[in-house]
Design a protein around this ligand. Sequence first.
Ligand SMILES: Nc1ncnc2c1ncn2[C@@H]1O[C@H](COP(=O)(O)OP(=O)(O)OP(=O)(O)O)[C@@H](O)[C@H]1O
Length: 701
Amino acid sequence: MVELLCVDMERVPGRPAYLALTSAETSLLVRATDDAAVAGQLLSLRSSGLLASGNFSSATAAICWLTDPVPPAVVCAAEQSGVLGASSGAVRGDWLAVVARGTSSCFNVARSGVGGAVKLFKKSVSPVSAVGRFDRAADAYAWLARSSVENLLQLLEDTVGALSTLSVPRRLGPTCPTDPHRHPTLADPALPVTSHHSVGGLSHLGVQSAEEPGTAPAAVWSRLAAMQPHAPNHAQAPKRGIEADAAAAVPEGSVKSSVHASSASAESSASARDGVSAPMPPGDTPLLHHSPAPFIEATGVGCPAMDVASSSGAGPGQLGLLAYAGHWKDLCERLAARRHGLFVTGGPGVGKSTFLRSLHKALCARWPRSGDVIFVPPTGSAAKTANGQTYHSFSGFPRDCRLQQKDPIAEASRLLKKDRFRPIARRLSQFRALLLDEVSMVAAEKFDVMVELLRQARPTTSQPCMVFSFGDFPQLGPLGGGSMAFTSQSWRQLYGSCMLELSRVYRQSDAGFVQAIRDARFWRCTASVRTLMQQCSVTGEQYEALRWKVFHLMPRLEDVGLHNTQCLAELCIGSKPKEFVAVDTVEVDKDRDVAHPPVNLSRVSILSRSAALVDCVAPRVVQHCLGARVMLTSNVDLVLGLYHGSIGYISSYLGDSVPVVRFENHALPAGVGRGLHGVHDAGGDWLEVECPPTLFEARIL
Ligand SMILES: Nc1ncnc2c1ncn2[C@@H]1O[C@H](COP(=O)(O)OP(=O)(O)OP(=O)(O)O)[C@@H](O)[C@H]1O
């Protein structure tokens, strides 16, 4: 079943229905009735920051205004003029100064809240309004009295005036007057839009020809110049447009959709990290073309740990010693206080991921602002579990992306010129620390472009950022092939030949096993490796007996799919596997504003529904049967200690179709009894959970 949307694109006579908000950092389209959204924007404005609002009766015109490069340029220029004071970047200022045609006032938000400012904002029927945030009342009142405020309003009004001839179409199309190359993603006029543009004003924005569609007309630039201490070069007009962020915040009454999906999906016999195992060579000869050996050896394998202070290979430095002694907290604090990132490596089970999580926490404590510390794992499922984003989405590479230019500088510059890179560039320009997990899965060519994107997207005035890479080159190769990241041009610049190598194995305690893993990591077929291989090897006959019972690691998704299908067939000999088919429906958001006209659900296209369901990990059709291994693909059962990735098997059915999944090695958490949170039964170290269809709710934007 589904939930879906409310679309209100009609004009509400007499007063603005939509507010298009733009600051140096963000752009947002909200309904004029959405006090909370307006208040949120006012409160998140940083000290000495400026927020401009275009007030519109149609979402189409508002989106056109938001995608026009001039309003943000005007805001940036006004900020740079210095009349608001020097920006500390902090959100501390207690005073908001609100100005519109014929009205202005200052509000102390610390004392009386933001309600007054919101009210004035909404009361205004003038086409634009602006709000500045200040530390002191005197500064706020002085700003309102300046002639530059008048100039600011005039400039903003001009940009709104350019839209006045627009006959509001039901759908945004190529006729939109401010931007004939508008993105198709803005095609639905009901779209709530969150978008971002460059921080830091004109001087940090890219060079673009003034003739390019959508750039500001010369007259506007000359007036902007008058607002700035240093007149901008005409050629330095901001790039055109603002791209809608797919993860847009949704104001009230927006389109919403949901779908029921099974909470358990057919489990891949191999995990997201499949393909791990490097082939074992017969001798000491590395088999892989891009062997990590030269890199590892150059940096001194065998030391308990290396760090920047000891990159010459002379032995562990201070950071390495802290790691070796298990002083993780000190180590994290030391790393967080540095100006440079680090490459952290080590064999399987030495605690890289555990350490990454601790460092992430320490960095977030240092920079708590959202977006300051970014964790980027290589795979979608890891990203989902860890609430991160993949390398590809972080860097803005489309799926199956092929780089077009060999030179990473030229490639990065080419990508940054694309409109869709606007929000990406903004994100890249702002963070303070980046944590790349499993960096060995990133090909050198992409690593170079990613680092180059960072360089080019960050204005020279940006705060320095640190890039920490975690991974083990002997374990995992680049996804889709390519050279290993440490061979890239950027690697040396970022890390030189330094690394922190963790060497104490925490995962296993059997000395022989640990030694075998160490040797195998460097393709050394030693006695320990041979012993382990003998212990683990089976004959063909023995394998056939085990085939459907043991966990398989497979290098390719196709192999996994085939194996799963065969396993299912094996499990339900003589009958067909059951099928769970997701049912998608759309319905009107229950929380929609009833003041708006009713919604026509039949107008929601299949395309919109499919786009809304992209984040649903479960496939549309899931085959299952008694005994089938399944994997949880959501975090709905965290209270039971189960999470995305937990693996169990179907132990029985309730009625004909509701599977009961048994998770071994899971004790019932204290305070949870049978019948609660779907618990069907439990033993000392196992849990059985009922898995009826679950609702996956997605908003149609
Ligand atoms: N400092 C530590 N003290 C005690 N146990 C630890 C420590 N670090 C990690 N572990 C445990 O060791 C195991 C392996 O840790 P982790 O997964 O972080 O290693 P890893 O190096 O990332 O492994 P891999 O390369 O195989 O992914 C986990 O069970 C973890 O809880």
